[in-house]
Design a protein around this ligand. Structure first.
Ligand code: GAL
Length: 655
């Protein structure tokens, strides 16, 4: 277990470095990430490398026992490079070229950009491979899909399509370009999906291929760096700082080349506060189905031009413990000290601008000391799940390309499943369809909109062999090319689900009610399907809708397993009922009696189970406990414990 911080020695006078390093050691910080935006200092002029200042900074830190992760600096190429090659600036969807003065102003597909990326990476890694303080590398910073519309991307997209389809005839057939007279007679005619005007839009098949291409472009850019680091520094690890629920690129593919995933956790972020990052942690753990690092953990008020919400006293520590509960093996706080200049002056760090340790420093120090005191119990442990939710970036993109109706988006669907499972304290993995599904008692699937025969086979076999599968509406609507399928829905999953969709409608705010067969009801939202059972048992019917009395929810016994088909979405109560059924039928172990706003999570190793109880609320909460064999953090348990606001209790439990 490690606790650390993101540090920018290049922002501070060298005379301050020893003081910073001493304060870090006294806070219990043992690892720093450095240099991911320092290209202009490491290569001030083309081919002239200067790593001496960084050697000295690392030396100062190492003298205090601190280890180092280095970032490749390619998120912010220097001004000299852009001045020489203005074509490196990406072009946005409206055709405007970006300019200098912010970050990410580079097209990752551009060959010149790639060659300069390889050069700076090679120079850095050659220099630091032998430095005993350097334990690993972070590629770039917060990669996104290269959604660039420059002429070079247009050319490479056409080459990519040529490799994929071989001939224009095949491409025309695959995309159905006869629609709106779009048949291509030369590769050069194929456009990128420009921002559409006058309410018109692009061919969904073209669009999906472009999203795949843009994601692969970023992947290849990273792969250049990974190949260099593996070759020159095989003993140092490689990771990247992902962004939780960000979904522009295929995170499974991005993670495949890395040793482990890291991510940047800002629960009170300035732009999109997600005050319960439990889902994002589980998504990040699912990328490689193993523990992860938090490379940037919120440590103060966030903000660029405007400031976001202040973390309450105790909340920074609580969020950091929650990260560990969900599978983090290291937490690095962003950033050490609030910067005096630049865009992020108000993105506050552990220290304020004055550099004096205050309340947040003490909170981080307390956290680091606590982690160190129970690291032996935590090292090697991990969350283990009996239930999975499938995650897929391609499905997500297809729903972004055609949202169909508000609320059908991927994460809204995932949140419904995840929220209900977490309310019962059930550990959840978010895994790709290629994962070993057989180890899960239940697998829940948001709209599996693009359905290939291979995926249908995987899901069908999972049920056949005894799994419990839950399918959401809009499963099997399309094929992998984003064309509508012709079989009755849910097309290739109709047999395993034992059901056929007779008709459907988006719900635009009308009042639709579904009645479970046990008498409970829920208000349907977003989407309504009217089902014809083909062997399945009806477990919910439309009470108020355009076809009252028709089936809305079904359950089908198939092979050794069960397939649920949900013909609608609902509010939390709908999923609470569903999870109750799953718990009863599959023997998944719930943790009952969790008050709202409390996150309960277990990490396991060698038969030992460590329970984390995290109160995310501003009120004291009473949480029931199973038999405890050891108190690691918090009060001695007596059946139930009072957990003060933003507090964390950790126990070794015997069952
Ligand atoms: C992250 C990023 C950091 C810093 C931080 C605060 O997304 O990786 O470099 O910008 O946000 O804005």
């Amino acid at each position: 277990m490690r606790v650390g911080v993101d540090y920018y020695p290049e922002h501070w006078p060298e005379e301050r470095w020893p003081e910073d390093a001493r304060l870090m050691r006294e806070a219990g910080l043992t690892v720093v990430r450095l240099a991911e935006f320092a290209w202009c200092r490491m290569e001030p002029a083309e081919g002239q490398y200067d790593f001496e200042w960084l050697d000295r900074a690392i030396g100062v830190l190492h003298a205090e026992g601190i280890q180092v992760v280095l970032g490749t600096p390619t998120a912010t190429p220097p001004a000299w490079l852009h001045e020489r090659y203005p074509e490196l600036y990406p072009v946005d969807q409206r055709g405007c070229r970006l300019g200098f003065g912010t970050r990410l102003q580079r097209c990752l597909g551009n060959e010149i950009m790639r060659s300069y990326s390889r050069r700076i990476t090679e120079a850095m890694v050659s220099h630091f491979a032998g430095n005993e303080a350097v334990i690993g590398w972070q590629t770039d910073n917060e990669f996104e899909a290269n959604l660039c519309y420059c002429p070079d991307c247009a050319r490479r997209f056409r080459e990519w399509l040529r490799r994929k389809y071989g001939t224009l005839e095949a491409l025309n057939a695959a995309w159905g370009t006869v629609f709106w007279s779009q048949e291509y007679s030369a590769w050069s005619q194929i456009p990128l999906p420009w921002q559409a005007r006058c309410g018109t839009s692009h061919n969904p098949s073209l669009w999906l291929d472009y999203r795949r291409f843009a994601s692969e472009t970023t992947l290849e850019f990273q792969r250049d760096q990974v190949e260099i680091i593996r070759r020159l520094a095989p003993h140092q690890f490689i990771t990247h700082n992902f962004m939780g629920l960000h979904d522009s690129m295929d995170y499974f593919a991005l993670g495949a080349d890395l040793d482990f995933v890291s991510w940047d956790n800002y629960p009170g972020g300035a732009w999109h506060a997600d005050r319960d990052p439990a889902l994002a942690h589980d998504v990040m753990r699912g990328i490689k189905q193993r523990n992860f690092w938090v490379m940037e953990e919120q440590s103060g008020i966030p903000g660029w031009e405007r400031m976001g919400v202040r973390p309450e006293p105790g909340q920074i520590r609580m969020w950091a413990w929650q990260a560990i509960a969900h599978g983090a093996d290291a937490v690095l706080f962003f950033r050490w000290r609030s910067c005096l200049y630049g865009t992020e002056q108000y993105w506050h760090g552990i220290l304020n601008h004055d550099g004096i340790p205050r309340r947040r420093y003490q909170e981080v120090q307390r956290f680091a000391q606590e982690v160190a005191s129970i690291a032996g119990a935590l090292d090697g442990s991990e969350p283990r799940a009996e239930v999975a939710i499938l995650n897929s970036y391609e499905q997500n993109w297809a729903l972004q390309i055609q949202p169909q109706v508000d609320g059908l988006d991927w994460w809204s669907q995932v949140r419904r499943f995840h929220g209900a499972l977490r309310r019962r304290g059930i550990t959840v993995d978010l895994v790709p369809i290629s994962a070993d599904l057989g180890k899960y008692r239940a697998v829940l699937v948001p709209s599996w909109y693009l359905l290939s025969p291979q995926h249908a086979g995987v899901l069908t076999r999972y049920v056949q062999e005894g799994g419990t599968l839950v399918l959401n509406p809009r499963a099997g609507v399309k094929d992998e090319l984003n064309r509508c399928r012709t079989e009755p829905l849910p097309s290739l999953l109709a047999e395993v689900a034992g059901v056929e969709v007779d008709d459907y409608t988006p719900i635009h705010g009308e009042d639709h009610l579904v009645l479970w067969s046990d008498g409970r009801d829920f208000t349907a939202r977003v989407w309504a399907e009217f089902l014809i059972p083909r062997g399945a048992e009806v477990i919910g019917t439309w009470e108020r809708s355009m076809f009252p009395g028709e089936p809305a929810l079904t359950r089908n016994a198939f092979g050794k397993g069960i397939c649920y088909y949900l013909g609608t979405l609902g509010g939390p109560e709908a999923y609470d009922t569903l999870v109750e059924r799953i718990v009863d039928e599959t023997g998944v172990t719930p943790y009952d009696g969790i008050p709202a706003g409390v996150d309960v999570q277990i990490r396991e190793k060698d038969g030992s189970r460590i329970l984390f109880v995290i109160n995310q609320t501003a009120e004291e909460q009473y949480v029931p406990l199973p038999p405890v064999s050891e108190t690691l953090l918090g009060p001695q348990p007596e059946g139930a414990i009072p957990v003060p606001p933003y507090e964390v209790c950790i126990y070794r439990i015997s069952s």
